[in-house]
Design a protein around this ligand. Structure first.
Ligand SMILES: [Zn+2]
Length: 279
């Protein structure tokens, strides 16, 4: 039977097509679509080690970013080191061409999302084995005492404030008890950055930083701004009450089916079909 490859691709889950890409598309650098339904053209690789950071889980090949995110991580690494705090461990960013992932995140599709571990980096350069198998550590306590634990220190609070005050950042996702402690610690005259700290499921081992669309990515779709205010009142309370939390879980959209190429922005077909960047 003869059928063309393009048609065959229509039936394959987009997560499979994008996860199979091992090199970035040789196209102008652009974030395309939105964080949960998009892709990345001209992705750049975040080096395994830089000033103030080391990347983790290299076998996943998810250290690809839009250049604005790469610069953001490098700037943050320098800032952390200059402030005298231990360096960062960087988790997943995006696949070489972004897009949906075969396992793991719903977002991280456009090269603008990064997970940063709460656990500080050891001083020494990590070898490949460490990067693959070193465990992350939670900063939130047990079910019986669901508040931040001793792993949430001055460093982590400083880090979240520094990230939220960066103009490139649109949102930071953390577990609700983390937002709670920041709300309690922050002085009245300095609370506007708390808007960007968003309570969400999970996010006890890492925080998730989301950048706004870069100005030259015309097909990039920003998420709606968070509600005004510091988000420390009833909104946060609803995340800290088990009954309310259960309702939120139920209201979450189930993952009904794997998306195919036709669900993604049209430009993502070019990203998938483009030749690879020359090394
Ligand atoms: Zn994430």
């Amino acid at each position: 039977m003869i059928y063309c490859k393009a048609n065959a691709n229509e039936l394959v889950p987009a997560s499979v097509l994008f996860s199979n890409q091992t090199q970035p598309a040789d196209l102008p650098q652009e974030a395309i679509g939105d964080y949960v339904n998009g892709c990345l053209a001209g992705g750049v690789y975040l080096p395994k080690s830089g000033a103030g950071f080391q990347t983790m889980r290299p076998s996943r090949n998810r250290s690809w970013a839009h250049p604005v995110l790469k610069s953001f991580i490098e700037d943050l690494g320098s800032k952390v080191t200059k402030s005298g705090f231990p360096a960062l461990l960087i988790g997943d960013i995006s696949q070489p061409r972004g897009g949906p992932m075969d396992g793991g995140h719903l977002s991280h599709q456009t090269g603008l999302d990064v997970d940063i571990w709460f656990k500080p980096s050891p001083k020494q350069e990590l070898n490949l084995n460490d990067r693959e198998f070193l465990s992350a550590e939670t900063v939130v306590g047990s079910f019986k005492s669901p508040w931040v634990n001793e792993n949430f220190t001055e460093r982590e609070a400083w880090l979240l404030e520094a990230v939220a005050k960066d103009d490139r950042v649109s949102r930071i996702f953390v577990a609700p008890p983390i937002k709670k402690v920041l709300c309690e610690q922050t002085k009245v005259e300095n609370r506007s950055w708390l808007t960007k700290i968003r309570p969400w499921f999970g996010h006890t081992y890492h925080f998730h930083v989301r950048l706004a669309c870069p100005s030259n990515s015309q097909d990039c779709v920003n998420q709606k701004d968070p509600p005004t205010g510091d988000g420390c009142g009833s909104e946060l309370d609803s995340w800290l009450q088990p009954a309310e939390l259960a309702k939120k879980r139920l209201a979450q959209k189930p993952r009904t089916k794997d998306k195919t190429l036709s669900d993604l922005p049209l430009a993502c077909r070019n990203v998938l079909g483009a030749k690879s960047q020359q090394k």
